[in-house]
Design a protein around this ligand. Structure first.
Ligand SMILES: C[S@@+](CC[C@H](N)C(=O)[O-])C[C@H]1O[C@@H](n2cnc3c(N)ncnc32)[C@H](O)[C@@H]1O
Length: 275
């Protein structure tokens, strides 16, 4: 993929996660806002961490697009050493404050992951990308680079990305649109939002629009879970895909979950290693 597209998306993310974006973040982050999703994430973190502990005493975690720290915290609480990377200074200020008590177990780096992943020297036991793949235009290229940075038995762990939209049923798609709309109507700039949606529905994306480039794949076709699993299996990883329902709306979240709808995924992929 053209390197400039990654750069444009990176710049859009810096401006989106300014002080106001960071303050408003949790309201638009279902995996932090809803207790049921926090619980699911917490359980997966424990599974990933326990598996890593079979091979090393103190797992080293690379958290890409770490954000304001809510999802970094569980790894630190379990006793991991975490390198947290994000392109937004304000997000990282919040993270540093939230995770201050973990001292040397936490290293915080304000950096574009497209640069950070060029350092092939460091190796990790776990690479976590939480609510992040959809921000990266070339997420397959990024995952390939991550695979090369993992220790033997290392794990790639992603959570909270939209399943590729054309793999959802029509009823799930309709329910997701309705639940998003019910939340979005309360957030202002409704006319602007509707216009953007109409434009994108016609396949028109603007290279200079921060709206189109921040949550890159959310506004296109979701994140291709099938291509990710295919790629990691080719790289000799065992993959476990976890699909679940997620929406910003507090009203629709329990309804969608109870109906067994699935629009979002997490992935735990462990590198197979010869003994
Ligand atoms: C939706 S937030 C997720 C934050 C956190 N992982 C979570 O789950 O709450 C996406 C984060 O990715 C960061 N980000 C986006 N593009 C990036 C890039 N190219 N390099 C580093 N961080 C990036 C943003 O600044 C933002 O903090």
């Amino acid at each position: 993929m053209d390197e400039r597209i990654n750069q444009i998306a990176s710049l859009a993310n810096i401006s989106a996660y300014d002080a106001e974006g960071t303050r408003n973040y949790i309201d638009g982050a279902p995996h932090i806002k809803h207790a049921s999703l926090r619980q699911l994430y917490g359980q997966l973190v424990v599974n990933v961490f326990d598996r890593a502990k079979k091979y090393v005493d103190k797992p080293v975690v690379l958290d890409l697009g770490a954000g304001e720290g809510s999802v970094t915290l569980p790894f630190l609480e379990l006793g991991a050493k975490v390198v947290a990377i994000d392109i937004s200074e304000t997000q990282l200020e919040a993270l540093s404050k939230r995770c201050e008590r973990f001292g040397d177990n936490l290293e915080v780096r304000c950096e574009d992951i497209n640069d950070a992943l060029k350092d092939k020297g460091a190796k990790y036991d776990i690479i976590v990308v939480n609510s992040f793949l959809h921000h990266v235009p070339d997420f397959l290229g990024m995952i390939q680079e991550c695979a090369a940075l993992l220790n033997p038995h290392g794990q790639f762990f992603s959570f909270q990305d939209p399943l590729r939209y054309d793999t959802l049923s029509k009823s799930t798609n309709a329910f997701c649109r309705l639940s998003y709309l019910s939340w979005r109507l309360m957030k202002g700039d409704v006319v602007g939002g509707l216009k953007r949606r109409w434009r994108r529905a016609r396949g028109v994306f603007l290279p200079d629009s921060a709206h189109d480039n921040t949550e890159y794949h959310v506004v296109r076709n979701g994140v291709d879970q099938i291509a990710i699993c295919d790629l990691l299996r080719r790289e000799q990883f065992d993959c476990e895909l976890v699909s679940y329902f997620s929406t910003q709306s507090s009203l629709f979240q329990p309804i969608g979950s109870a109906l067994g709808m699935k629009n979002t995924f997490g992935l735990i992929a462990q590198k197979q290693s010869p003994n």
